[in-house]
Design a protein around this ligand. Structure first.
Ligand code: FAD
Length: 415
């Protein structure tokens, strides 16, 4: 039987990050995960803090961090650990040949497929907007039958955005001929561009509609592999500059990031067990001894010295909502929630307030250990990271992957 120092539960960004940090600290880590998490639908850009309470834009991610309330995970983690976590993440990306741009002192504004711009912090190089900002004329290029990406909508909406409104926009389409009677996804186009034949074919088609020197907004389809080869080959062949928009699910930027991190974890010796559903835990005298997975065949028991719970929120499966209560299913940790679930939602969807339900989650101390309602640590060797934490609405404030990285880091540094 393998001796584990740490079991990480969940293979989303928080779990992957926690496994990387713990292994780098010399721990023997096993990661148990049911699926790939929200990275592959949400996207590989790292929001840290875009909007403050009341919907005001944070001048920089750093400035946003200063404004968070006492319940926010960032408050528990603290600024030095957040900085270290970002540095650690960027180092992995650099080392693995897929460097990310950005830092806490600069807000990146990236184009979305809806023709808006959104604030974020760390981005792949293919989303760099330096050339886009300088261009007088911008091309918006779409792919026939590709779902959820409409160049005309982007061009029309960009005409309303300060800083982008004065530019001229031209929209063009190319047909990758991938449809075969169905909708095409970003993954289909990215896989087409992964192949030599597809890339050559695409260059030929693009050459007819764009010219050297053009700055081209494109959906996030520049290859599924965690590198910039497809972008470089297209840019070299066409003499253009491409800017990928934020994700259209399935998210190729998230797919690239996850592929890179999983490869890195395997390289450094993390044992990854996928399709493992952790169903319950064995806790004795305030200490977790083991967790138990359920599969199609039989239960398996995994023992370790410490456990990192990074299995997501309502979407990932880490939190379950029932009328009037929220359940954390593995350790049965308490989640404070109004019993009148009418109070969980802010019914004005586009208001300047966060959604109360999004802020429901597990309360932790500064080491990310779960707390009861009186602030006492419930299980000494369990550490919580990611979307299951309470006190933040990632969608409203734009902080999802930032909290995942920072809390994964902090949990792994605390074990
Ligand atoms: C549509 C969408 C768009 C988004 N866009 C952005 C964005 O642009 N920028 C940004 O920064 N953030 C974005 N986010 C938020 C961001 O994706 C998440 O906040 C963050 O990645 C959460 O990571 P996590 O690891 O905590 O959780 P998850 O990604 O949910 O991962 C949890 C993992 O745990 C596994 N799991 C659950 N239960 C069990 C179990 N019992 N046993 C074993 N494994 C289990 C799940 O299968 C999953 O692999 C977006 C989210 C969504 C949904």
């Amino acid at each position: 039987m393998r001796e584990n120092d740490i079991i990480v539960i969940g293979g989303g960004l928080a779990g992957l990050m926690a496994a990387a940090v713990a292994t780098k600290r010399g721990k023997k880590v096993t990661l148990l995960s049911l699926g790939s998490g929200t990275l592959t639908i949400g996207g590989g850009i790292v929001d840290v803090m875009g909007y403050l309470e009341g919907g005001k834009v944070a001048a920089t991610p750093s400035a946003g961090l200063l404004q968070v309330g006492p319940e926010h995970p960032y408050k528990k983690i603290g600024r030095p650990a957040i900085e270290e976590a970002i540095r650690f993440f960027k180092e992995i990306c650099e080392q693995e040949g897929y460097p990310y741009m950005g830092n806490l002192d600069e807000m990146q504004w990236v184009p979305t497929a809806a023709g808006t711009v959104k604030p974020t912090c760390l981005i792949p190089r293919t989303m760099d907007t330096t050339e886009l900002k300088k261009a007088d004329k911008v091309m918006v290029l779409g792919f026939e039958s590709l779902k959820d990406f409409y160049p005309n909508l982007i061009a029309k909406n960009f005409k309303k955005i300060p800083g982008f409104a004065q530019k001229e926009y031209e929209t063009v389409m190319i047909d990758p001929k991938l449809a075969e009677g169905r909708d095409v996804t970003a993954l289909d186009v990215a896989r087409w561009l992964d192949t030599e034949e597809g890339l050559a074919n695409c260059i030929e088609k693009m050459r007819k509609v764009i010219k050297p020197g053009d700055v081209v907004i494109i959906p996030p389809v520049l290859g599924t592999r965690p590198n910039y080869l497809v972008a470089e080959r297209l840019e070299q062949a066409l003499g253009c500059h491409f800017v990928e928009t934020a994700a259209v699910p399935p998210s190729i930027t998230g797919f690239r990031l996850r592929t890179m991190l999983v490869k890195y974890l395997k390289k450094i010796g993390v044992r990854m067990i996928e399709q493992a559903t952790v169903a319950k835990s064995i806790v004795e005298d305030g200490k977790c001894v083991a967790v138990i997975t359920e599969g199609v065949d039989r239960e398996r028991t995994y023992y370790a010295k410490s456990f990192i719970l990074a299995n997501g929120g309502f979407y990932g499966g880490g939190l379950l909502a029932e009328p009037g209560k929220v359940i954390e299913p593995i350790f049965n940790l308490p989640v404070e929630a109004p019993s009148d679930h009418e109070l969980w939602a802010n019914y004005s969807l586009f208001s300047n307030e966060a959604q109360p339900f999004a802020k429901l989650g597990l309360d932790v101390d500064e080491k990310m250990r779960p707390l009861d309602a009186n602030g006492n640590v419930l299980i000494n060797n369990v550490f919580v990271a990611g979307r299951n934490l309470r006190g933040y609405d990632y969608s409203f404030e734009k902080s999802g992957n930032g909290v995942a990285i920072a809390s994964g880091y902090q949990a792994a540094m605390s074990v």
